[in-house]
Design a protein around this ligand. Structure first.
Ligand code: FES
Length: 203
């Protein structure tokens, strides 16, 4: 067949076919090199983005079984999540009633600071279930760990609460800070969910 002869049903000549093949090859080769180059360039960042097993463990969710907790108690030993102590308290009915009615003397009784709790904890108990309170046990003043003060022994209120021995900040059983103390905010409520009636997952 002579040069330029038509050899297919689309009417292309041998020369046109050859040119098209070379163009196709060059496009494929350039794309492949580009992909390899991009992957190579991205590798340091991908390595950087991939957290180590230790880092994953440090930020991993933590399960807490509070099946042995009774009304009026705080869970002991205290479980840590992301290096922070997590307080789990089981409130009795008088304490729940008091949280719903006694908001006087508190700096932020309605939990208006969105940094201090998830949306589900914007209520008088600052928790998902009224009887179970879950708080980060770090004072919002300078980071000491408050003490749990059991029922009938907190500020003569007849209810429990948390007292920070470092500079005297006080929080009620929902972690709401008393007005006029050094701590500026309510205790933080971590993100959590109930996996069952007696197991919560933090994080
Ligand atoms: S650290 Fe708690 S009152 Fe200062």
């Amino acid at each position: 067949m002579s040069e330029g002869a038509v050899n297919n049903t689309s009417g292309e000549t041998d020369q046109e076919n050859s040119t098209n093949s070379r163009r196709y090859f060059l496009i494929q080769a350039t794309s492949a090199v580009g992909a390899v180059g991009a992957a190579g360039a991205a590798w340091p960042f991908i390595k950087y983005w991939t957290p180590s097993a230790k880092a994953r463990a440090a930020g991993a969710p933590v399960k807490i079984d509070f099946s042995k907790l009774s009304p009026g108690e705080m869970l002991s030993p205290i479980v840590a999540w992301r290096g922070k102590p997590i307080f789990v308290v089981y409130r009795d009915q008088p304490s729940i009633d008091a949280l719903e009615t006694d908001s006087g003397g508190l700096a932020d009784p309605d939990s208006t600071n969105p940094e201090q709790q998830p949306d589900f904890a914007v209520n008088p108990w600052r928790s998902e279930r009224p009887e179970i309170g879950v708080y980060v046990g770090i004072c919002t003043h300078l980071g000491c760990s408050p003490k749990y003060v059991e029922t009938d022994n907190f500020e003569n209120t007849g209810q429990g609460g948390f007292f920070c021995p470092c500079h005297g900040s006080k929080f009620d059983l929902a972690g709401r800070v008393v007005a006029g103390v050094p701590a500026p905010y309510n205790l933080e409520v971590p993100p959590y969910r109930f996996e069952s009636d007696t197991v919560i997952v933090i994080g």
